[in-house]
Design a protein around this ligand. Structure first.
Ligand code: C5P
Length: 243
């Protein structure tokens, strides 16, 4: 596998083509952004941590029957080999608790725990601020078919459950998680794409309630990489991985 051209240069990640048309390399940057790019900073080592956490979470889903774009980690610790996809510009956010933007929108206390889980469908469109969208609107814009939306919801319910259980073993509560999707270039199947890490999921320490995720940056709580490091170490222990 040979790294080829830069095909996407995002705020927090770069994607490179390879000599295999069905495989790409994801490179995680140290940059972090919030509030649609309005707030921005660099944290040395953050890219290595988000890459490694993402590899463990996506790899865990692969092993448990949910296909994702992740194939394997690479010698450069901030890079991973992934399946090439056709992007579906939709996000599904899974909520075990109502926190952040959703708490503000619904006027409930941050961290309110409902009896059910909540799934939100959003249009992944920076200019529009990733607004909520419903199924009929998504189909009207030809973003996905009804059958694909059913599949995405099913994938999110199964993944949300699997990740909640895995993180619980690590003493971490999964508060919410954002999932993105694509159609695999080789099979056309709907698979999870993009990362799963404290940058895209809220994770709270089960005992202390301490935030271990991007809210440390959003809310200026400090110690961003130290807390991402905690997530990685605890996940490794829960998965029985030794350094
Ligand atoms: O912004 P909001 O509070 O609705 O975010 C819900 C979850 O989705 C959080 O875990 C957040 O980190 C993630 N998210 C994301 N990228 C976005 C919006 C939300 O990763 N563009």
């Amino acid at each position: 596998m040979v790294k080829d051209k830069l095909i996407f240069n995002g705020n927090e990640k770069q994607v490179f083509s390879t000599d295999d048309p069905c495989q790409v390399i994801f490179r995680y940057k140290d940059v972090t952004t919030a509030f649609h790019g309005v707030k921005r900073a660099r944290f040395n080592g953050k890219g290595v941590l988000t890459s490694q956490i993402s590899a463990l979470l996506l790899g865990y889903l692969n092993e448990n029957g949910v296909d994702t774009h992740f194939l394997r980690t690479l010698p450069d610790e901030r890079e991973q080999l992934c399946r090439m996809i056709e992007i579906i510009p939709l996000e599904v956010v899974f909520h075990n608790r109502i926190a952040g933007g959703l708490a503000t929108k619904l006027g409930v206390e941050d961290g309110y725990k409902p009896e059910n889980t909540i799934l939100d469908l959003c249009y992944n469109n920076d200019e529009l601020g990733d607004p909520l969208i419903n199924r009929d609107q998504a189909v009207a814009l030809h973003l996905a078919t009804y059958a694909e939306l059913d599949e995405m919801y099913d994938i999110v319910r199964r993944s949300g459950q699997l990740l909640t259980e895995l993180l619980h073993k690590a003493g971490i509560e999964l508060v919410d998680a954002k999932f993105e999707f694509g159609r695999a270039a080789d099979t056309g199947a709907i698979i999870i794409s993009d990362e799963l890490s404290p940058d895209t999921c809220r994770m709270w320490d089960e005992e202390t309630g301490e935030r271990l995720d991007k809210d440390r940056f959003r809310l200026d709580l400090g110690e961003v990489t130290a807390n991402y490091g905690k997530v990685l170490e605890r996940l490794k222990t829960a998965l029985g991985i030794e350094d």
